[in-house]
Ligand binder design. Structure first.
Ligand code: RP5
Length: 152
């Protein structure tokens, strides 16, 4: 994430990864305040064994795009809901990548963070049948938890 202040949002991705028993690491890496840290992080990500990067940032949210410029791993961008522009700035900063450097852009805020983890799980499940089974089970539980009518 681009700032410690993004943790309220990105913690939802972390919780979802934990629920699916997917190992992960969390780092604060700012495209603007720690550009060298970002370059080091993204350039070494594949060799360190990472398989998918979830990059969340707000405002002038250049973190996912710059991360994608340094690595060919899948990068999932989560637009953090900013105070000034309610996350529209984050969304547009992340989604409008130039052709050739893809970022999979999620929804703004909590839903985007949860879905980034679930999409990462889908990607990883292609080569991990046990994870695919856990993902299927999680989906089934979600479906079963939806009531057929509003309850008290
Ligand atoms: C972005 O600036 C971060 O991703 C964060 O969403 C936003 C504000 O950062 P702070 O000023 O709260 O550290 O780089």
């Amino acid at each position: 994430m681009g700032s410690r202040s993004d943790w309220d949002t990105l913690s939802h991705a972390a919780s979802q990864l934990e629920a699916l028993e997917i190992p992960f690491e969390c780092r604060v890496v700012s495209a603007h305040r720690t550009p060298d840290r970002l370059a080091d992080y993204a350039r070494t990500a594949r060799d360190r064994g990472l398989q998918v990067v979830i990059a969340g940032a707000g405002g002038a949210a250049h973190l996912p795009g710059m991360c994608a410029s340094w690595t060919t791993l899948p990068v999932l961008g989560v637009p953090v809901q900013s105070h000034a522009l309610n996350g529209i700035d984050s969304l547009l900063s992340i989604v409008q990548m130039p052709g050739g450097v893809p970022v999979g852009t999620m929804a703004i805020g909590k839903a985007g963070a949860i879905n980034a983890a679930l999409l990462a799980a889908s990607i990883l499940s292609l080569a991990d049948p046990a994870l695919a089974a856990r993902l299927e089970a999680w989906r089934a539980l979600q479906t079963a938890a939806v009531p057929e009518a509003p309850q008290d």
